[in-house]
Design a protein. Sequence first.
Length: 142
Amino acid sequence: MIDESQLEKAIRALNLKWVQSDRKYRWMLTDEGGVFYIKRNIKITATGKKTFQRLPRKIYGHLQKEELEKLITRLNFNQDREQRMRDRFKIESAFISTALLQEFYEQLDAEIPTKGIVKQRYSHLRRHFLDFFLKRDPNLAT
């Protein structure tokens, strides 16, 4: 198991080392003598040279190769559909809890006698309000 906050701090620290215009390539798994490392290439805009940076091994050193491949997939934002849905639900519930959404739906149901109109108004809320905020980053600190 990986400490998510520690992983985010490490990646944020690595990103701060390079200028915004420097090109950061995808994370990759390398096998160096039976030891796995996660690293990525960076093209430095000022000099035109390429370098690489490693993710600190203390974060992922205890994981097996299969788990490391899943971690790289997540770092590169190439998650499978189920994982993306899970992450989207976490973001959604960070803004508005599901209990509040259920309470809102019940209030609409009590006020409006027609079920079709209740579903329509609820779907409008989802489409025009929640989906707008789901596209935003839930981490307000960055």
